[in-house]
Design a protein around this ligand. Structure first.
Ligand code: HEM
Ligand code: HEM
Length: 185
C-alpha cells in the first residue's frame, strides 16, 4: 500500500501542475488554429469576404492567446517546472530550455504584433462577434507596416519551432520511450 502511494507521489511530482497542463493544451489548440488560418489567409486576395471573415476568427483566436499568455507566463515563473525523474543529458536539457524560452517569446510577440498591425491600421479588433477590443494606438501606417513584418517573420519562426517542438515530443515518447510527454498529460 505504502509503495503504491510513494510511486504515485513520484509520478505526480514529475508532471506539470494541472493549471499548467490545461493552459498548455488550450493554447496549443488556439495557436495552431491561428497559425493555420493565418497561413491560409495569406494565400487569399485582400478584401475578399472569405478572407475578411477568416481574419476576424484569426484575430479572435490571437487575442485569446494574448489573454492566456498573460495568465500563463506569471504562473510559469512562480510555479517553475517539475524535476525530471531521470535528468536529460546536457544537449537535450539546453535544447528543450532554449525551445521553451523561444516559444514563450513568440507566444507573447505574435499577438502583440498582430494587435499592433490591426490597431495602428485602424482595422477591426473583434472577439468572435461578441465585442471589439479597445484600440489603444493612434492611426500610424508606418507602425502598421513594421508590425505586419514582425508578425510575418514571427510566424516563420513559430512554424519552425512548433514543428521541432512537436517532433521532439513524439521522438521522446516513441523512440527514447522516456517520461517527457507524460509530464504534460
Ligand atoms: C498567437 C497569435 C497569432 C499567430 C500565431 C498569428 C499568425 C499569423 C499568421 C501565420 C499569419 C499569416 C502570415 C502573415 O501574413 O503575417 C497572420 C496574419 C495576420 N494576423 Fe496573425 N497571428 C496571431 C495573432 C494575431 C492577432 C492578435 C491579430 C490582431 C488582432 C492578428 C492579425 C493578423 C492580420 C491582420 C494578418 C494579415 C496580415 C497581412 O496579410 O498583412 N494576428 N497571423
Ligand atoms: C501537438 C502539439 C504539442 C505537443 C505534443 C506538445 C508537447 C509538449 C510536452 C511533452 C511538453 C513538456 C516538455 C518538458 O517538460 O520537457 C511541452 C512543453 C511546452 N510546450 Fe508543448 N506541445 C505541443 C504544442 C505546443 C504549442 C503549439 C506551443 C506554443 C506555441 C507549445 C509550447 C510549450 C511550452 C512553452 C512548453 C514548456 C512548458 C512550460 O513551461 O509551460 N507546445 N509540450
Amino acid at each position: 500500500m505504502s509503495t503504491t502511494t510513494e510511486a504515485s507521489a513520484t509520478v505526480s511530482t514529475t508532471r506539470y501542475r494541472p493549471s499548467q497542463r490545461i493552459l498548455h493544451w488550450l493554447m496549443a489548440i488556439v495557436i495552431i488554429s491561428a497559425l493555420v488560418i493565418g497561413l491560409y489567409c495569406s494565400y487569399l486576395t485582400p478584401g475578399v469576404p472569405l478572407r475578411r471573415a477568416l481574419l476576424d476568427v484569426h484575430k479572435s483566436l490571437g487575442m485569446t492567446a494574448l489573454v492566456l499568455i498573460a495568465i500563463r507566463l506569471p504562473l510559469r515563473l512562480s510555479l517553475g517546472e517539475p524535476a525530471y525523474r531521470r535528468p536529460l543529458d546536457v544537449f537535450n536539457h539546453y535544447a528543450a530550455r532554449g525551445a521553451h524560452i523561444l516559444l514563450y517569446a513568440l507566444m507573447l510577440l505574435m499577438p502583440l504584433a498582430g494587435y499592433t498591425t490591426s490597431a495602428a491600421g485602424g482595422h477591426d479588433l473583434p472577439w468572435f462577434g461578441l465585442f471589439q477590443w479597445p484600440n489603444l494606438l493612434p492611426l500610424d501606417k508606418g507602425l502598421e507596416r513594421t508590425a505586419a513584418e514582425i508578425h510575418e517573420y514571427g510566424a516563420y519562426c513559430l512554424y519552425a519551432v512548433v514543428s521541432l517542438h512537436i517532433l521532439a515530443a513524439l521522438w521522446h515518447h516513441f523512440f527514447r520511450k522516456d517520461e517527457v510527454l507524460q509530464r504534460m498529460l
